[in-house]
Design a protein around this ligand. Sequence first.
Ligand SMILES: C[S@@+](CC[C@H](N)C(=O)[O-])C[C@H]1O[C@@H](n2cnc3c(N)ncnc32)[C@H](O)[C@@H]1O
Length: 207
Amino acid sequence: MNKDADFWNKASGKYSRMPISDIASYDHKLAKTREFFDEETIALEIGCGTGSTALLHAPYVKHYIATDFSSEMIRIANEKLQTSEAENVTFKTEKIEDLTVNEPIDVVLAMSVLHLVADLDETISRVNHWLKPKGIFITSTVCLGNGMKFFRLIAPIGRLFGFMPLLKIFTRSHLKERLEKNGFRVIYEWQPEKKRFASVFIIAEKT
Ligand SMILES: C[S@@+](CC[C@H](N)C(=O)[O-])C[C@H]1O[C@@H](n2cnc3c(N)ncnc32)[C@H](O)[C@@H]1O
């Protein structure tokens, strides 16, 4: 079993019961994302967790594919799907690094995920390959390099002892630079006011 997927498998029950900490910010991100959706949109979400965002977005697109390497997260997502009205959502247990995409994608979403992948450049480059020309990459990312650098010390120890996931510490400008180096143009960026450590929401277009 993949150690990192195992961390998220164990966290899944608690994660699914956790309330959204900042509803106004969450709603802002949902609304902004939907500006890039229409009835023909094929959307792909990586690291979808228990699928709440996927199910909320589903009515605005043609097909919504949502993936996560935690089989427990996907099990809970499929349970939610059973009781929802959505008929255009597919949940799949897939690791980002192994994911094969068979159809060109209009919009890729990575919400609270990019700080959790081992190789940021590789992930962004994979997303770029999955997208159609001018496709859209929507991300919300914890950038702990902007003030919480001590996590660089804590994170590897926490991961070793199993109480923290794989966690990468980088700044907002590093993230933007990596997006631009891997074939994207940042077209929108936002962070809630006065919340320095809140996730950075970025929308980028494939160049
Ligand atoms: C912080 S949660 C975010 C879940 C969801 N996107 C949300 O916003 O609530 C991070 C999710 O990413 C998944 N994840 C982390 N690394 C991954 C990888 N390499 N491949 C696939 N999923 C991954 C975890 O299993 C977890 O469900």
